[in-house]
Design a protein around this ligand. Structure first.
Ligand SMILES: *Cc1c(COP(=O)(O)O)cnc(C)c1O
Length: 380
């Protein structure tokens, strides 16, 4: 019988925490306080501690975390924000939502992250900030980006949606820029049982503003009904916070396991599972950014005949994934920005060559070996 290997296994993850979740969510339902209760307060405190940020605010999604961050930094129509074209759509649409213009700079071919060396030439009089993304859980060269931003008077919003707990020079991502935006979408490394997100900052002023903006621009206390700015409704639910409080305790262990599993793939892919080693030129294993510790939200290969390999893996019951098949500058919704095919060649090439293998803390060594031996069979 063929082994079926999913890209991730949320049911296996849930089995680890099921009794705790049952107890804690039941307590929330029994208390009858569903919005901004003690689970949310606890989560915000613990999440700030986990990320090393001064302040953390729970919000409704990672997309809202980005949007609120940009609102708090007063992004205005006509402003420009430089970001990567090789990311989830929300990184750029949240800029456009506020009437500002996303400006795409190309990525590094080895890490797939925004290339700091290509940012300077994109800066104009209208540039207000930079949104780097720590793609696949691998930190970008955030120190250089922050330095460049400071030199040019720009803000930095870090998109940490895939990188909760990843570090650069020993410091957690989300604490380098003005604001860190996190997503707890179920398939992220710490996922809620639905949509959820968080924003982090080191600035009390920004924190107060973020909090107000997420609660319809309310001034001070919740339900004061005095609105000093035009905000949105974006809160972390009490039930989601209860689930996240449980998962946050497991996250350091899960992240460590992800790193070990990634090293295991590295080894297997280098050596092969049998006697004959793999034809290395056909693919590249992930490159971790120097001085960074990736949490391997994705284990992403670069493969020339990607689509063929993907079909083959699929036939053998192995689900692989492509993040992302179309770079943002070529998305129909951004046609008005005027990019063409060839505008950002590294991102375009990556979109044809990336392939993420199944990786989740509960995957077995046997399954990893199966993935690699099937890959090996395809290549030989
Ligand atoms: C998931 C993700 C988001 C959006 O998060 P949601 O919680 O789904 O709104 C933003 N940026 C990146 C890089 C993501 O992976």
């Amino acid at each position: 019988m063929k082994t079926k290997i999913p890209p991730i296994d949320l049911q296996a993850e849930f089995r680890e925490i099921a009794p705790a979740v049952a107890k804690r969510t039941q307590a929330v339902l029994t208390r009858g306080r569903y919005i901004l209760g003690r689970e949310v307060r606890t989560f915000e405190t613990n999440f700030a501690r986990f990320t090393g940020a001064q302040y953390a605010l729970g919000v409704a999604s990672g997309s809202d975390a980005l949007l609120l961050g940009l609102m708090a930094l007063d992004l205005k129509p006509g402003d420009e924000v430089i970001t990567t074209p090789f990311t989830f759509i929300a990184t750029a649409t949240m800029i456009a939502r506020l009437g500002a213009k996303p400006v795409f700079a190309d990525i590094e071919p080895d890490t797939f992250n925004l290339n700091p060396d290509l940012i300077q030439r994109k800066i104009t009089k209208r540039t207000r900030g930079i949104i780097p993304v720590h793609l696949y859980g691998n930190p970008c060269r955030i120190d250089e980006i922050v330095r460049l931003a400071k030199r040019n008077g720009l803000f930095v919003v870090e998109d940490c949606a895939q990188a909760c707990g990843a570090t650069f020079r020993g410091k957690e991502v989300g604490t380098f820029g003005d604001i860190g935006a996190f997503s707890f979408y179920p398939t992220k490394t710490i996922g809620a049982a639905g949509d959820a997100g968080a924003v982090t900052t080191q600035s009390k002023k920004l924190y107060e503003k973020l909090k107000s903006l997420a609660r319809h621009g309310e001034d001070g206390a919740f339900h004061s009904y005095r609105h000093v700015r035009i905000g949105i409704n974006s809160r972390l639910d009490e039930l989601q916070a209860a689930v996240l409080n449980i998962k946050l305790k497991h996250l350091p262990k899960w992240n460590r396991t992800r790193r070990e599993l990634a090293k295991c793939y590295d080894q297997l892919l280098k050596k092969g599972t049998g006697n004959n080693s793999l034809p290395v030129p056909f693919f590249e294993v992930p490159h971790e950014t120097p001085n960074a510790k990736s949490i391997y939200h994705q284990y992403t290969l670069r493969v020339q005949n990607r689509d063929e390999l993907r079909n083959y893996l699929n036939q053998q019951g192995i689900a692989s994934t492509v993040y992302y098949p179309l770079p943002l500058h070529l998305q129909p919704c951004f046609r008005y920005l005027g990019y063409r095919e060839g505008s950002l060649p590294q991102a375009e090439q990556a979109s044809h060559e990336v392939l993420s293998l199944p990786l989740y803390p509960q995957i077995s060594a046997d399954k990893q070996k199966t993935v690699v031996s099937v890959l090996q069979r395809f290549l030989s």
